[in-house]
Design a protein around this ligand. Sequence first.
Ligand code: PEP
Ligand code: MN
Length: 254
Amino acid sequence: MTDEQDFNIIFGPCAIENLRQLEHFFKTFPDLELFRGGLYKMRTSKADFQGLRGDGVDLLMNAKKRYGFKFVSEVVDFESLAVLEGVIDVIQVGARNMYNYELLRAVGKLEKPVLLKRAFSATLKEFINAAEYISLPPEKITLCERGIRSFEPSYRNVVDINAVIFLKQRTQYKVFVDPSHGSGAREMVSPLSRAALAAGADGLLIEVHPDPQSALSDGPQALALSDMHQLINDLEKLCPVFGRKLKWSQKSKE
Ligand code: PEP
Ligand code: MN
């Protein structure tokens, strides 16, 4: 997904909600290279918004044609894999499915890049074993540390910075950090992003919403568009300190 020197940011809403949300988002970030957004949402409560599911595919197809981004989205089972196959460029497998080995095998067969999230309580050995089920060359697989469960109730999860260092030292995979799910709190996203860069991560996965207060999922951890701009500006200055180049827009290649 990135060159060795690049520090890549993938961002977008937790869930894709409607056309207005996408238009608002791309008005601010028209040249985004990789756009994340959930169409299938595995929510802890059945009463919560489950995503647009297959009904959102046309919306995304049209947006891709218009803005030229690559789409990163989660598949939750074989059915969603079949529905999304034609529209996704990077296949996300979520924390709740890290142990779903049959799904991992099926995902690998498509030979698209895969973003695999660590399960809440998975050991790193289990995480690496799960990645092996995908059976793709390491450059096509990104491991995403998205926070693990701890005894501390003050935040949603704890970003395991050790894991970033360990995985970079012991595996060939790209390693990303998701500070949004890793903390559950928007005010922690920016400091954790800087920590990820300092620890040697290859990039970040961040949740952003044009109107976080009205988000149908994960509003408290979503950055507003202006916060995301600020974070990009901050990281643009900080990356060279670590010998890295920030990459997030189609123009950052130039
Ligand atoms: C997500 O990134 O949208 C998501 C659901 O994350 P996780 O699988 O890490 O909970
Ligand atoms: Mn989310």
